[in-house]
Write a protein that binds this ligand. Sequence first.
Ligand SMILES: NC(=O)c1ccc[n+]([C@@H]2O[C@H](COP(=O)([O-])OP(=O)(O)OC[C@H]3O[C@@H](n4cnc5c(N)ncnc54)[C@H](O)[C@@H]3O)[C@@H](O)[C@H]2O)c1
Length: 410
Amino acid sequence: MADHLRLGIAGIGVGAAEILPAMEASPDIDLVAGADVNREVLERFQSRYPGTRVYDSVEGLSADPDVDAVWIATPNRFHAQHAMAAARGGKHVVVEKPMAISLAEAEEMLEVVERSGVKLLAGHTQSYSTPIRAMRRIIQSGRLGRLCAIHIWAYSDWMLRPRTADELDPSQGGGVPYRQGPHQIDTVRLLGGGVLRSVRAMTGQWMPERPIAGYYCAYLEFEDGTPATIMHNGYGYFLGAELVPWGTSRQRYTLEERGRIRKQMREGVRNEAQDKQDMRIGGRVENQIFRESRPAEWVPADLGMVIVSCERGDIRHSAHGLYVYDDEGLHEIDLMGERGMGMAQRRAELDELYEGVVLGKPIYHDGRWGMATLEVCLAMVESARERREIQLSHQVAVRSDYDAAWELQI
Ligand SMILES: NC(=O)c1ccc[n+]([C@@H]2O[C@H](COP(=O)([O-])OP(=O)(O)OC[C@H]3O[C@@H](n4cnc5c(N)ncnc54)[C@H](O)[C@@H]3O)[C@@H](O)[C@H]2O)c1
């Protein structure tokens, strides 16, 4: 393989819009093809990226001899099918979170990937963000003593964003536990070493117009007894972004717009298909945040507010990086860098793919890692349904050389 990675993207939707700017900016990655069942989206993709090839099926894309890897960003229920189609076509695979919608699917994916001799990266979670990786570095350094607890709270408007039929069906991986759970679970696992022991959770479905859970809270326990709690409320009344003064101007919808959207949904007059199409590539409100090269301050958005407590200090996000509280006081670590934090997160994932495939380095968020995160997601839903603690059995540790090459002064 040459030193450039030729990438095809499958499912050019709202999620894809978040990663495309980072693909464009990666010098070693060539975006060469795209697949979608939505003709308008394919046209917009080709007009933005002249010279790329387009396909109306992932199978078609997977047969393209000039594609090395496929990024799967189709709806959750297709992740397994599409990842396996790409692997069978000899393509390396990145699959969006959640990796699949059942452990049986995830297991089959691992088998097919192994048999096909390709690599799989279970990706696109916020655990790739620079502040989270820096938190892990500080924990690992031992300067604050033993890790004692991790807590994450998110208040977002996830339930008010336009949704397709797939996204409104829990049996197809619809709802906040499947869609936002992986971000928080991956983050907790990355910070705490990877191996959780058990989960007790509750989910909440509070909005009659949305037949999916928009809320969860979970108590997660690591093997050594270290506790973590995660919570996401996607109903969009209070938003976590309001906790920082600059957050109010960085929201998708204003308070008034959120009220208007709820009213439209209650009255059944919202044109959700059009609203969703508008957010995809080339659309009226395509998510431009990810295109901004200007570094922007952190806001507690979909991942939420992360607080790590160690024996001799706490760590949390600051506007430009992290605050570390220890016995000497409060220190800020600036992590803005030249890429800005949003772009850095997505570039980190592309770097892991590139280095894994082209340079033969390990894939850290591999299929087993993704399956362990999926296990926790599924256990949250099961725990809520059965109102009991669920024991886990597919957990894997973070590789000890993760981020070893990252030069960060802490
Ligand atoms: N990591 C993140 O931060 C993030 C953000 C948003 C979405 N996502 C993930 O992206 C995935 C899609 O979500 P979305 O919000 O982009 O939804 P979306 O509906 O906007 O995007 C899905 C795209 O896949 C296409 N598609 C549907 N069925 C297909 C098929 N059989 N073959 C080819 N294309 C098909 C649709 O036409 C659409 O363009 C989900 O798995 C979601 O978890 C991740």
